[in-house]
Design a protein. Structure first.
Length: 130
């Protein structure tokens, strides 16, 4: 089952940094200090995990609520537990996605600075003054 929210976040992070997620994760793992990239990737992973849990709990809920299945006290407890877990995961997914999207929107790719050629006379003058 596709995970549309985490996929959308991944695409936006890749567009922002101009590299595929695997490369970005390797780069973030190689850095020993906290970075914005690491925080964005962590948030994206949290959304992805929440989406996986939603899908898993949904399937479990459908199994438990099968029309041919008898619902007794134990099954009712499992139904409630699956529903609670889905609600928690949806809340986590939506909160993380909203905050991560806000951060991504506040960031932008810096334009490549235009290099201005230095006049040879200015270079020679700067060398003599040193």
């Amino acid at each position: 089952m596709p995970h549309p929210v985490s996929q959308s976040l991944t695409e936006r992070i890749e567009a922002l940094y101009g590299r595929p997620r695997a490369d970005l994760e390797a780069h973030a793992a190689a850095t020993d200090r906290p970075t914005m990239l690491a925080a964005l990737l962590d948030a994206c992973s949290t959304v992805e995990l929440a989406e996986k849990n939603i899908a898993f709990q949904r399937e479990r809920l459908l199994q438990l609520a099968d029309p041919g299945r008898d619902i007794g006290p134990a099954a009712a407890g499992h139904l409630l537990d699956c529903s609670r877990r889905i609600a928690e995961s949806v809340t986590i997914r939506d909160t993380q996605a909203r905050h991560t999207t806000a951060v991504i929107q506040s960031l932008h790719r810096a334009p490549v600075p235009a290099t201005t050629p230095v006049a040879p006379a200015a270079t020679a003058r700067a060398a003599r003054t040193r």
